[in-house]
Write a protein that binds this ligand. Structure first.
Ligand code: HEC
Ligand code: HEC
Ligand code: HEC
Length: 106
């Protein structure tokens, strides 16, 4: 047991992160979300993680999985633009882009 813990700690030091940070998969730093006719939406994921801290702000609506939004839409469990409304609501209240073409890029 003790060796396993020590190995985890060494691995943590080697990767330059704490053991708890290894356990959490933070996903891609930047991604592009499918955005329909207006064009797709580039999204700085890690920037939001550091500003917001709480993963649940977004992931209470969709899972921490690639293609999670599209999957729920296909199952009818997520409305079109439901995620977008969440992005917009926060940007209007706090900061961040709010014009269509600020987010949607062709
Ligand atoms: C501001 C919104 C937002 C926040 C906050 C957020 N995420 Fe995400 N995350 C997304 C979006 C959007 C996707 C893409 C979903 C898709 O592909 O349909 C995603 C996808 C992911 C994925 C799968 C994609 C990949 O690259 O592997 C993981 C893992 C993930 N997030 C982890 C986290 C963790 C951990 C946190 C908190 C530290 C977090 N996210 C905070 C919006 C957010
Ligand atoms: C803060 C960024 C942001 C802004 C501003 C924004 N969108 Fe979006 N939009 C998204 C994201 C992310 C998606 C994909 C997720 C979803 O459908 O909720 C999306 C999806 C869409 C879709 C496709 C929905 C589907 O499922 O086919 C349309 C159409 C759309 N937006 C139109 C607009 C229009 C029109 C405006 C301006 C009034 C606008 N968007 C402003 C981020 C944004
Ligand atoms: C709970 C709050 C919150 C949510 C939800 C949120 N954002 Fe943001 N976003 C911010 C804040 C705050 C900034 C401003 C960051 C800065 O300029 O320092 C920002 C900035 C941005 C930027 C500009 C980044 C830059 O480099 O200037 C983009 C693009 C963006 N958000 C896209 C999105 C998309 C797409 C979604 C939904 C999938 C989303 N955001 C959801 C708070 C949020």
């Amino acid at each position: 047991m003790k060796t396993k813990l020590i190995l985890t700690l060494i691995l943590g030091i080697v990767l330059g992160a704490s053991p708890t940070a290894i356990a959490q998969n933070k996903g891609a730093a930047d991604m592009v979300i499918k955005g329909g006719n207006l064009g797709d939406v580039p999204f700085p994921h890690h920037l939001h993680q550091s500003i917001l801290g709480d993963c649940g702000v977004c992931h209470s609506l969709f899972p921490q999985a690639k293609g999670g939004i599209e999957g729920l839409k296909a199952q009818g469990k997520l409305e079109k633009k439901e995620v977008m409304d969440q992005c917009q609501a926060c940007h209007k209240q706090e900061a961040g882009p709010t014009k269509c073409t600020d987010c949607h890029k062709k």
